[in-house]
Design a protein around this ligand. Structure first.
Ligand SMILES: [Cu+2]
Length: 175
């Protein structure tokens, strides 16, 4: 029986490696550039959490705040002023939000993240970054996206392990 478990463990391990690169690509960093001479710039880190996405903003040159922040449709150059997904107010350059939309949808929807000067001066944009489309990101990060290939490799590993295990079992029965 021992050989079966070794084979199964090996198969599970191989399956894990086959799927692992997908999770690395489930995080995207958006560069936030200063607008209107604000000097506020930094990053937005988007992490896939199933059908939700965690959005973490990290800005330097930011005031204490609070500063409203949103995901808008459009690009920083041509932003739909109506926010699509509100983000937690930026305070001291920091903000973290779970938005109820998948990272894939965000990356296929032509969205941008922006920060406003203050609740009183929301019309003044101080920082913005375009969420890149999936096709533009995959080559840049060097991580392959989740694909059928990964699942096929995982499945093949499991089937291989079962075959090895089954063979060992048959040999044992025959002996
Ligand atoms: Cu906004």
């Amino acid at each position: 029986m021992k050989r079966i478990w070794v084979a199964l463990a090996l198969g599970a391990l191989l399956a894990l490696f086959a799927v692992a690169p997908a999770s690395a690509a489930d995080e995207v960093t958006v560069t936030l550039s200063a607008q209107n001479d604000s000097g506020e710039m930094g990053t937005a880190t988007l992490t896939a959490m199933g059908d939700q996405t965690r959005v973490v903003l990290n800005l330097t040159g930011a005031p204490a705040g609070p500063q409203p922040a949103h995901i808008h449709e459009g690009t920083c150059a041509n932003l739909n002023p109506q926010p699509r997904y509100p983000l937690t107010n930026v305070e001291n350059g920091q903000s973290e939000t779970m938005v109820p939309v998948s990272l894939t949808a965000l990356m296929n929807g032509n969205f941008a993240i922006n920060v406003h000067k203050s609740p009183q001066e929301a019309a003044v944009y101080v920082s913005c970054g375009n969420i890149p489309a999936v096709a533009q990101v995959a080559p840049g990060t060097g991580h392959p996206r989740t694909g059928a290939a990964g699942w096929l490799a995982g499945g093949a590993a499991v089937i291989g392990a079962l075959a090895i295990g089954g063979g060992a079992l048959l040999r044992r029965r025959a002996a």
